[in-house]
Design a protein around this ligand. Structure first.
Ligand code: TRP
Length: 343
């Protein structure tokens, strides 16, 4: 069987969105709309694997949906919805809990990092998280998932679950009239060079919502003044910019700021350095601040407009959930049949 090109991706509503979410994920969702059927989810069921204040969870759910739209995901061409509105995610994840093996889950580095010493005290949901992620993807028979380096292992596990399901139920899949595999072997989509945005105060740390310093993270809802202020106060070394990328080696803060400039301007790092090589921070930082304001402030403005209009957002999410369900339901009907559930 051939599968039509379909993309699924999701972001957890577990904190305010920042530049790392934008450059690493959301921005990459936009061009995929031209080549694929695209489904972009707010994965609220994933978020609650660790404690979330219910009011915050709602706010962040709207915020992510608004960010997708403000960044250029078109709710008509793409499906935008929140996971918990399509209950088939939960149903398929249960079946996958019974396909996946304990040992597969126990090897997940993200679980080990998050659970740490505390693995007896974290939720059972956190352990089963990758099984729910596999269900998100395979519920739509998605062929490609644009995700960063940190999610590659989860995608591999998704393929393992698909393979085991296809194998264990081979006879039933064939009896249903399917030629070949039931679930696709989903690919990790490479969407340009990896962009890992670092803290503006410490180039060895990821930009994150949990940073102690207010100035280290640019949030997607920051206004123009705040964006410019954070960039101008970013930590740097005292040297001038090099003329080519190799000269950034070991200069983590410089590498981060030049990388952000390159990503926002759509240029390569070498092109940026071709322009700024030999200049000092007194020239580069204002240029970066102007560029960041030009690219990000309109998105922030649109996000604020959208999140203030809950009626409109609810309509978009409900419409997306309905369209997601229309794809998921026939697939789930087959799955129930394949595993032997009587209906
Ligand atoms: N685990 C992903 C993350 O932490 C979020 C996610 C959940 C996801 N389901 C997904 C990403 C399906 C891509 C496809 O970033």
């Amino acid at each position: 069987m051939t599968f039509s090109p379909r993309v699924f991706s999701g972001i957890k509503p577990s904190g305010d969105l920042h530049l790392g979410n934008y450059l690493g994920a959301i921005r990459r969702f936009v061009p995929l709309q031209d080549t694929h059927e695209t489904i972009y989810c707010v994965v609220d069921m994933h978020a609650i694997t660790v404690w979330q204040d219910p009011e915050d969870l709602k706010r962040w759910t709207y915020e992510i949906a608004a960010a997708y739209i403000a960044a250029g995901v078109d709710p008509k061409r793409s499906i935008i919805f929140n996971q918990s509105q399509v209950m088939e995610h939960a149903e398929l994840s249960w079946i996958f809990n019974c396909v996946a093996r304990m040992g597969w889950m126990a090897r997940m580095t993200q679980f080990k990092d998050k659970a740490g010493e505390n693995s007896e005290q974290v939720s059972l949901g956190l352990f089963a998280y990758p099984s729910l992620m596999a269900a998100d993807i395979l519920l739509y028979k998605a062929t490609g998932v644009p995700v960063g380096e940190d999610q590659k292992q989860h995608l591999e596990l998704t393929r393992d679950i698909a393979k085991k399901f296809n194998h264990d139920f081979k006879k039933q899949i064939k009896a249903l009239g399917h030629k070949g595999d039931f679930f696709p072997i989903t690919e990790t989509l490479a969407t340009g060079p990896a962009m890992r945005v670092k803290s503006l105060k410490d180039g060895s740390k990821k930009m994150s919502k949990s940073d102690a310093s207010d100035l280290s993270t640019i949030y997607m809802m920051d206004d123009a003044d705040l964006i410019a202020k954070k960039i101008k106060r970013a930590t740097t070394d005292a040297d001038a910019l090099p003329s080519e990328a190799a000269g950034l080696a070991g200069r983590l803060e410089a590498e981060n700021l030049v990388g952000i400039y390159a990503a926002l301007s759509g240029q390569s790092v070498d092109e940026v350095l071709g322009q700024f090589g030999g200049q000092g921070w007194g020239v580069f930082k204002p240029a970066l601040a102007d560029l960041a304001v030009e690219k990000l402030a309109p998105i922030a403005t649109e996000m604020k407009r959208l999140v203030a209009d809950r009626g409109e957002m609810d309509k978009i999410l409900r419409d997306g959930a309905e369209r997601a369900r229309a794809i998921a339901q026939p697939i789930m009907a087959d799955v129930r049949n394949i595993v032997g559930f009587v209906r």
